[in-house]
Ligand binder design. Structure first.
Ligand code: HEC
Ligand code: HEC
Ligand code: HEC
Ligand code: HEC
Length: 217
């Protein structure tokens, strides 16, 4: 019985692996030598290695293969925010958002991995090119707030003040598009799937507006 479970898990894991490999390959997140974009490696053929360690990852929370960026970010804040009371109180990026920012804030070399050292990129590229729109820098104050926890208390406070109404946490959780993480935090992965890009910008839908009304009504 135990062995059957192990076999099943293995088969499932390999299926997930094959699925991910299939989809990541055609996106800007394939940074291997076979990648479709301008940003790619000189000779590295492994696709997942830029974000995950090799042996791994498939069976539970994936093992990140990147150093976390240090230092602090300017986070979004406004007078009508209820999740935190000032820009200084905004939580710094955490969870999977830190992984995104380890490339997208433009401070860490794209080819820098924990398990395989520095992978050489074509054209002498190291960090995210400053000319790329994908280089977000450290100032995230113009971007949707991330890395705070959504609670029913937050929803009630927001709605009782007459701000743009928020749906309940369970409605957010049950929505097929928007994804809160396991601690009910909003992350970059709430709106983006780094493995698939059928609609552009790794968004989960062709109509970003649909995403917003998953939580704002
Ligand atoms: C550009 C970075 C990046 C690349 C490249 C990448 N992943 Fe991921 N992967 C992530 C992030 C970020 C998460 C966490 C998603 C979350 O927390 O919702 C993740 C999560 C996963 C998970 C857990 C299930 C899930 O979807 O959340 C699996 C399995 C996985 N990745 C497999 C792969 C495989 C296999 C490859 C190579 C074909 C790959 N990934 C390439 C960033 C990447
Ligand atoms: C290993 C480095 C790396 C990680 C980690 C990473 N990205 Fe990227 N991402 C890139 C590169 C390189 C590009 C292409 C930039 C370019 O060509 O200008 C890109 C492009 C994008 C784009 C723009 C796509 C387009 O069509 O132009 C989005 C959106 C994006 N990434 C979101 C994310 C999110 C969200 C995460 C975390 C879940 C993430 N990325 C993690 C390297 C990374
Ligand atoms: C609430 C949804 C949402 C969250 C959360 C979110 N994004 Fe986006 N992102 C979008 C949408 C929608 C676009 C499409 C362009 C636009 O409307 O700005 C986008 C565009 C992008 C782009 C393309 C370049 C650009 O600025 O247009 C990158 C790179 C990106 N996001 C990375 C991230 C990262 C990294 C995080 C986490 C720190 C994140 N996003 C969090 C919705 C989101
Ligand atoms: C997973 C749920 C979720 C999704 C999806 C989502 N939001 Fe939000 N958004 C929130 C929560 C929760 C807050 C925090 C509200 C507060 O603290 O008052 C917020 C805050 C905001 C704010 C700042 C409000 C203020 O008072 O300053 C804006 C603007 C915003 N969202 C726009 C968008 C847009 C546009 C989209 C779609 C691209 C989107 N949101 C998608 C949950 C979400």
């Amino acid at each position: 019985m135990r062995r059957a479970m192990v076999t099943l898990t293995l088969v499932f894991g390999l299926a997930v692996l094959a699925w991910s490999q299939e989809s990541v390959r055609d996106t800007a997140h394939n940074l291997s030598v076979t990648g479709p974009g301008a940003v790619r490696a000189v000779s590295e053929t492994r696709v997942c290695i830029f974000c995950h360690t090799t042996h791994n990852a498939v069976f539970q929370a994936p093992l990140w293969n990147r150093e976390s960026p240090g230092g602090s970010y300017q986070m979004y804040w406004s007078e009508t925010m209820d999740a935190y009371g000032s820009s200084g109180e905004a939580p710094q990026p955490n969870g999977s958002s830190k992984l995104c920012l380890s490339c997208h804030d433009g401070t860490i070399a794209l080819g820098s991995t924990v398990s395989s050292g520095r992978i050489e990129m074509r054209g002498g590229i190291t960090t995210m090119p400053s000319t790329s729109e994908s280089n977000l820098g450290r100032d995230l104050s113009g971007d949707h707030p991330v890395s705070f926890t959504v609670t029913d208390h937050l929803v009630t406070t927001n709605n009782s003040k007459g701000d743009v109404p928020l749906r309940s946490v369970s409605e957010m959780r049950n929505h097929p598009l928007a994804k809160l993480d396991e601690e009910n935090r909003i992350q970059c992965t709430t709106c983006h799937d780094p493995h698939r890009d059928p609609y552009g910008n790794f968004l989960l839908t062709a109509k970003p507006g649909e995403l917003c009304i998953a939580c704002h009504s």
